[in-house]
Ligand binder design. Structure first.
Ligand SMILES: *Cc1c(COP(=O)(O)O)cnc(C)c1O
Length: 380
C-alpha cells in the first residue's frame, strides 16, 4: 500500500531530541521551545509564537483570547475540520458558516459580507489544502466592521499570498502573518511536524500575553497559584520543539518538494478531463499540503467508491472534509440541520473529493504508480 502520508525526519531531528534527553530538558521549558517559537514567528513575519500541544488547542485558546461574549458570532467556512467550529462553540460563541470557492476550495470570500450582523466579532479564514484564502477582501471587511481575523493556517506552512494586489506595491506575504493572529498544527501529516503540536502566531502583544496565560493554567505574577482566570494545560514539550526546530530550518526545501510532487501529478493527470485538480491563483503560492482531486459529475461513482477502487490497487487515500452544517454535534450550537443544497460547493466537495498520497517520503516512482491506478479506474 502506498501510504497517503509519511513524514520525513532527518538526522538533525534525531540529534536535537538526543540532546534533550542527554541534558534532561524534556518538559515544557528549554532552549528548543524558545527557538521554535521565535523561528516560526519569524517565518510568518510576526513577533510572537506561542507553542501548544496541537492545532486544535491553538484554535481554542485563540478564540478565547478574543474575549467573545455568549451569542457573539464568528464567520468561517463550512468546509473545514471540526476543530474550527468547536473552538468557537466552546468559547460560548456561535459559528456562522459560508460555502467554499469551487476552484481553491477555500472559503467563498464573496459570501461573507451577507453574513455579517451586529453580533459578528471575527472572521476565521481556513487556508485549504495548501492554498491561501483571498485575504485582502477579508481584511478590508474586518477593518470596516471592526472585526478580528483569525487565520487557521494548519495546512499552509510556508504558503504565500500576494497582498495588496490592487495597490501600486503588492507584496508576497506568508500565510499566518496576514490576520490578527493565526494557528498552525504540527501533526505528523502537516508540512512541518513535531509529531503532535501546534502554535499561535501574532504581532499583537496583548493577545500574545493572553495566549501564554491560557496555555499554562493562567498562572500570573506576582503570586503563583493565585488565579484570576481559568486556562488549560496545552503546553508543548521541548522534545517536540526540538523536532520542530530541525524541520523549520528545512522549510524552503520542504515547500519546494511539495510543489514538485503536485506538479508531477498535475502534468500527468491533466489529460483526464473528468478530474478536477488543485488550482493555483496568480495571487497565491500554494504549498499543496495534500493533492486533492474532485470527480466530475459525469463519472458514475463517488469519492467513497473511488477510494475503495484505489485501495484495491494499493493506493491509500483520504476523503475530503464534510461540512460543519452537516455535523449533528453542532446542531444544538447554532448550526441546525437544514435541507441539502444550502452550501452546494462544500456538499459536492465532500462527496466527490479525496486526496492522493503526497507525503514528503513519497518517491517519483510511487507518484507514477498512483497515476496509473487513477487512470485505469477512470478510463475503465
Ligand atoms: C490539522 C488541522 C487542524 C488540527 O490540528 P491538530 O494538530 O490535529 O489538532 C486544524 N485545522 C486545520 C485546517 C487542520 O488541517
Amino acid at each position: 500500500m502506498i501510504p497517503v502520508n509519511e513524514p520525513r525526519l532527518g538526522p538533525e531531528e534525531l540529534e536535537n531530541v538526543v540532546d534533550c534527553i542527554r541534558t534532561g530538558w524534556i518538559s515544557s521549558a528549554g532552549r528548543y521551545l524558545e527557538k521554535f517559537e521565535a523561528d516560526w514567528a519569524r517565518a510568518c513575519g510576526v513577533r510572537h509564537g506561542v507553542a501548544v500541544c496541537n492545532g486544535t488547542a491553538a484554535l481554542q485558546i485563540s478564540v478565547e483570547a478574543l474575549r467573545l461574549e455568549p451569542g457573539d458570532e464568528v464567520i468561517l467556512p463550512t468546509f473545514t475540520i471540526i476543530s474550527c467550529a468547536m473552538a468557537i462553540v466552546k468559547a460560548g460563541a456561535v459559528p456562522v458558516v459560508v460555502d467554499s470557492d469551487p476552484r481553491t476550495w477555500g472559503m467563498n470570500v464573496e459570501a461573507i459580507a451577507d453574513r455579517i450582523t451586529p453580533r459578528t466579532r471575527a472572521i476565521m479564514p481556513v487556508h485549504m489544502y495548501g492554498h491561501p484564502v483571498d485575504m485582502d477582501p477579508i481584511l478590508e471587511l474586518a477593518r470596516r466592521h471592526g472585526l478580528r481575523v483569525l487565520e487557521d493556517a494548519a495546512e499552509v506552512h510556508g504558503a504565500e499570498y500576494l497582498s495588496g494586489r490592487a495597490t501600486p506595491q503588492p507584496t508576497w506575504r506568508r500565510c499566518g502573518g496576514l490576520g490578527d493572529l493565526a494557528t498552525f498544527s504540527f501533526y505528523a501529516n502537516k508540512l512541518i511536524t513535531t509529531g503532535e503540536g501546534g502554535m499561535v502566531v501574532t504581532d499583537d502583544d496583548e493577545i500574545a500575553g493572553r495566549l501564554r496565560g491560557l496555555r499554562n493554567l493562567c498562572f500570573r505574577p506576582p503570586r503563583r497559584f493565585y488565579h484570576t482566570e481559568l486556562g488549560y494545560n496545552f503546553r508543548m514539550t521541548n522534545l517536540q520543539a526540538a523536532i520542530g526546530v530541525a524541520q523549520v530550518a528545512r522549510l524552503d526545501s520542504i515547500v519546494a518538494r511539495k510543489r514538485e510532487i503536485a506538479h508531477r501529478y498535475s502534468r500527468r493527470l491533466a489529460r483526464i478531463g473528468a478530474l478536477q485538480l488543485p488550482h493555483e491563483e496568480p495571487w497565491a503560492r500554494s504549498v499543496y499540503w495534500v493533492y486533492g482531486v474532485v470527480l466530475d459529475d459525469r463519472l458514475p461513482f463517488d469519492a467513497e467508491e473511488f477510494a475503495r477502487r484505489l485501495a484495491a490497487k494499493g493506493v491509500e487515500t483520504r476523503p475530503f472534509f464534510l461540512g460543519m452544517h452537516e455535523q449533528p454535534a453542532l446542531h444544538a450550537h447554532g448550526l441546525p440541520a437544514r435541507p441539502a443544497g444550502e452550501f452546494p460547493v462544500a456538499e459536492r466537495l465532500a462527496r466527490r473529493g479525496l486526496y492522493l498520497p503526497a507525503g514528503l517520503a513519497i518517491t517519483d516512482a510511487q507518484i507514477d504508480q498512483v497515476c496509473e491506478a487513477v487512470e485505469s479506474i477512470i478510463d475503465a
